[in-house]
Design a binder for this molecule. Sequence first.
Ligand code: ADP
Length: 504
Amino acid sequence: MTEAADLRAHFLDEVGRRVGDVEIVTGAACATRYRDPFALVPSAGAEAAIRPGSASSVQAIVQIANTFGAALWPISRGENLGYGGAAVSDKCIVLDLMRMNRILEVNVPDGFCLLEPGVSFVELFEHLEAHDIPLWLSVPGYGLGSVVGNALERGVGNSPYGDHAAQICGLEVVLGNGDLIRTGMGALSGSGMWQRQKTALGPRLDELFVQSNLGVVTKMGLWLMPEPEASVVVDVEIEERETLGACIEALASLKRRGLLPDAPVVSNYLTKAALVSRRSDWIDGSTPLDVSAIDRVRKKLGVGWWNAKIRIYGLPTVLEIALHSTLEAMRQLPACTCTVSKWRRGAPKHLAPRGVPSGEGLVNSRWCGSTGAHIDFAWTLPLSGAEVLRNSTEMEKKLFATGLDYHSSFYVRDRHVLNVVQILFDQQDSGMCAAIDALYLSLIADAARDGFGMHRVPLRYRAHAAEMFGFGGHALAQCRERLKQALDPNGVISPTKASSTEKV
Ligand code: ADP
């Protein structure tokens, strides 16, 4: 046994002996479960995992890890697909919080919930349904992961509550040094304000634990959307690739005027095609879809080159005003068709544009066949049609030059555009995997050169993405490192995550 394996075995023994409510997983079961199913480079998977059943168990485990110098990597359900899945860095033992899956509170009048980290979108949705609770969820494309893990990684969905990290209101966290804290009004014992008020006296600390490695989140408060009186969905089918810029400008103008609280999303033809077909249905061999294949896809599936989805929620009279302005703006775009679908409270819920979690989003990973996978490049651009079009064209060229199809969605937010490019590939094509690895690094470098940052990044590239934030001799990274030293002096929590520029 190596020294590291010996230390790990002692640590796990100690956890098993001293912590009441834990499961410990090792061996093949562990390696198979805790890995990235979509990895570009196959890895062995984690060597050990601990599954605690309560916050006090988490605290005890972190305290023991401090005395042993062990490193833990917390995950909530480990379904972070496209960004690393349940893979953790080599040196870490997985701290899997999936057994902690209680829905502690759902408050209907004030629209919030308090969750343990293991609660999945499906579980929360089923709870709301079972109790006929008029609160709607915003769900990510792949809905089988945890609500907490997704918010902590800045996941997105579609509704005015679609920026999931922005809905966090109050956390309970076991810090790296083993202290247990409650943020915001949670620190005021007996206060009923913890999930009602995002700020308390002093700096708001919730953000410290988002895309972070300073602690283990054991409870999270989140705001949920009260069921609206009515809603309208405008689907816009855009014929020409070059109209993307004008479309973004039009949506930006509607956003700036406060008419669209949701972040409208503009996606290309491949979003639909990858859900309902495989690339071999459209083209032979491994070259990217060419102009005629793209044409066939669009005709057969009835989709535009770009397809915008705009959702508006609220009082019917207010909706009509927003709908009128939206249609006026969209109809000025060349060669586009708008379809309007309306829903009113009382009509069947399955017709409402609310978030219903499902695993359907994963189907597109099979675009390249049964060994297909995806890795996501999520970055942000200014709210400018010209910039978005230019970057989309560049990105498409780079993907085509690497032999890849272009699968892209633009979320039009208040002050910037979030672009998620799903790189769909065949895991068995090792040459392609190596090419994507190099491409990913060059895309990060291009983004940094142009002053654009990553929104969310797979574990493999986290350090490269962090390295770009170099102002003042990496003063920001140094500041985060000092925070890390103060809150987790022994580097117990996810040591290679966040500010670290150490490559994994
Ligand atoms: P999901 O359950 O949504 O699939 P994961 O559990 O895979 O998400 O979490 C993604 C990442 O977020 C993890 O690798 C980890 O870095 C971080 N994370 C998730 N849950 C927690 C938590 N409860 N406390 C601290 N960090 C977490």
